[in-house]
Design a protein around this ligand. Structure first.
Ligand code: ADP
Ligand code: MG
Length: 377
């Protein structure tokens, strides 16, 4: 029998919202995580990219929420502004027909305006980047300690980067024992669960679904090229494959802009998504990517974590990613919810061994291709 969302006894408004979103069958991680969270377990949830982790935590969080209690009850932390905004939009859709107050707090937004907004209306659920949420808590503008549910999205990244880790630790110190924690990511490295348990001083349950990368729908390819030809190879790929929605990953933040400029100069509709550019700039790029004005986004690893852009058909790794987890997150921007996609990694002779390493570690087949006469062969 096909599973439905009614098995979970979600708040009735959520059932309606899901219907409106055309979402009928829970994904594996949703089936695993929702009952555990509803029964009050602290969880670490892992499932592949694009498998619906956002709803896996938002649905139980909103079901547990008491609409009549006007205090802050839920806090969702995410590493980047884009991701926080994306989660906020899903939240908005879910509560549209209710009186639940929600808000979003990200580092680059004007803090004065945020403070004024907070004076007018107290949110019951907030999404934010850890730095800004902590700042507002320290100024006593946000009573984070009231929050009974705390979600850490992209948990490995959040707890590995010094700044976000520190902010999380400070925020968690304000929480009481009853706080219900949820940590999610596509990659949960060894030791992270124990690290989390030490940080929140309580046991967490690991819930996960099928950890292999989706290989039937996403093709993993690589092309050999010379160091100096990387950008031009990427350009030829975009051109030859007629890529209308692709992401080119670079390994170093300071190469994002330079790479974009080179591609633009060659006539590609390219734009950068980097944590360096300001909030408006990045929002504009995401908008243009959505509506097709931008065909390739050049991004760093951090900028692209968790982003859910529909129909990204190609991922080009200008360099091999630093490790297998980085590969998983990059590749995960395509092939979302069973769609097809191609991941193409450019390697020099010296980097050739990395392909073999990834194939073993990720249990995927990576196929060598050549770009000749405008075709991949
Ligand atoms: P993840 O965080 O695991 O990478 P997301 O939460 O961003 O994935 O979800 C990816 C996409 O799948 C979103 O566009 C979301 O609307 C959609 N989605 C989530 N759950 C379901 C479901 N049960 N059925 C169909 N689509 C879903
Ligand atoms: Mg996600």
């Amino acid at each position: 029998m096909e599973k439905t969302f009614s098995q979970f006894e979600l708040a009735p408004f959520l059932e309606k919202a899901l219907q409106k979103m055309n979402i009928t069958t829970p994904t594996e991680i949703q089936q695993e995580a929702i009952p555990k969270i509803l029964q009050g377990d602290a969880v670490v949830g892992r499932s592949k990219t694009g498998s619906g982790k956002t709803l896996a935590y938002l649905l139980p969080l909103l079901t547990t929420l008491d609409e009549n209690n006007k205090e802050l009850q839920g806090l969702i932390l995410a590493p980047t502004h884009e991701l926080a905004m994306q989660i906020y939009r899903v939240l908005e859709e879910l509560v549209a027909e209710t009186n639940i107050n929600i808000d979003v707090f990200i580092g680059s937004a004007n803090i004065k305006r945020q403070l004024e907004k907070l004076k007018k209306q107290k949110p019951q659920v907030i999404v934010g980047t850890p730095g800004r949420v902590l700042e507002l808590a320290q100024q006593k503008k946000l009573k984070v300690h009231q929050s009974k549910m705390v979600v850490i999205d992209e948990a490995d990244r959040m707890l590995q980067e010094r700044e976000t880790r520190q902010a999380f630790i400070e925020i968690s110190k304000r929480m009481d024992k009853e706080t219900n924690y949820m940590f999610f990511s596509a990659t949960i490295p060894n030791g992270l669960k124990e690290d989390i348990e030490a940080l929140i001083r309580s046991e967490v349950t690991l819930v996960s679904s099928d950890e292999k990368l989706e290989t039937e729908k996403v093709e993993h390819l690589f092309i050999k090229c010379e160091e100096r030809d990387r950008v031009d190879t990427a350009r030829r790929l975009v051109h030859s494959l007629k890529i209308k929605r692709g992401i080119i990953f670079v390994n170093h933040l300071d190469k994002v802009e330079e790479t974009t400029k080179k591609l633009q100069y060659k006539g590609l509709k390219a734009a950068s998504l980097s944590s360096d550019s300001d909030k408006h700039q990045r929002a504009k790029v995401m908008q243009q990517f959505h509506n097709g004005e931008v065909e390739v986004v050049v991004a760093s690893d951090i900028a692209a974590r968790g982003l859910d852009v529909e129909d990204v058909t190609h991922i080009i790794n200008l360099h091999p990613p630093v490790d297998k987890d980085a590969y998983v997150h990059r590749a995960g921007r395509t092939g979302r919810m069973g769609k097809t996609g191609e991941v193409i990694t450019l390697v020099t002779h010296k980097e050739f061994f990395i392909i073999d390493k990834f194939q073993k570690q990720l249990q995927i087949k990576m196929t060598e291709k050549e770009l000749a006469f405008g075709k991949l062969r």
